[in-house]
Design a protein around this ligand. Sequence first.
Ligand code: FAD
Length: 308
Amino acid sequence: EFDVLIVGGGPAGAAAAVYAARKGIRTGVLAERFGGQVLDTMSIENYISVVETNGPAFATALEQHVKTYDVDIMNLHRAKGIRREGKKVIVDVDGGAQLKAKSVILATGARWRELNVPGEQDYRNRGVAYCPHCDGPLFKGKDVAVVGGGNSGVEAAIDLAGLVKHVTLIEFGDALRADQVLQNKLRSMPNVTIITQAQTTEVLGDGAKVVGLNYLDRQTQQAKSIKLDGVFVQIGLVPNTEWLKGSDVALSRHGEIEVDVRGATSLTGVFAAGDVTTVPYKQIVIAAGEGAKAALSAFDYLIRSSAE
Ligand code: FAD
């Protein structure tokens, strides 16, 4: 039985583990893939005090840091349910095992929705990108496309237009779906082209990097092609909360775990941190900070509830 059981081994989970273990309480981490999304990242240039690193190196450093403490890491295991039983929280694990804890921190992160077209996987991190805050500066002076005309796509296009040479925004539907004020801002920028009714069909590359994109003009049914150096996919970020549906942990309408300013969820003794929560801006430095905060909140909860 754990004092704090952390579900998720990305930056949020790792930070929570370090903060919990430093309180001298029994801490466990259950993770499907320790390291999380950073394992899929090439270059990281915005983690404060680390000028530049790469994803696998960052993930290794996370694990090394956690392992300097007495933390029980259960890697390659997936949580599939959570509930309270008396004073305990029970987490069901794939394969039938059950873990018991006095408090739990949920840090299962999120994943970018993918286009699922040829070329996308081949050129991931070689021109195909998902995070403008992370990878935008790598395309300085270049031509890029943003696929997706919702708020995140239009925000990304505005952000990128200030950094790159030219941005083509590609939207599947007849019209952009972003807030009008964002659309107005985007249309006022000189180096932006907007294409609607366009279905992306392929990301083109030369074997080493992205060189363009094919799309179907849905109005004329004509196949078209654009030359590009990068493609930012902005068709949604999906929180890893499918396993929480039906539990007492309240989710927002986007499926994110609702947390208060201390990281507490609607289920007593259960906290959450990082990309899986309603906290805006999905970034490593933010996830790590929120993980630390959730661990301190869990500790606070433990010292108060043990007095009962
Ligand atoms: P995650 O990193 O998503 O970790 C979630 C953890 O939970 C993983 O260990 C996962 O295996 C585990 N998990 C999920 N479901 C379950 C389950 N049911 N049971 C058990 N474990 C589970 N941010 C930056 O700040 N700078 C960058 O340069 C940057 N570049 C990026 C590039 C790419 C390609 C991507 C995809 C993201 C990038 N990000 C970047 C965003 C950053 O990676 C995330 O904000 C950060 O990893 C979020 O941390 P997290 O701990 O909340 O979640």
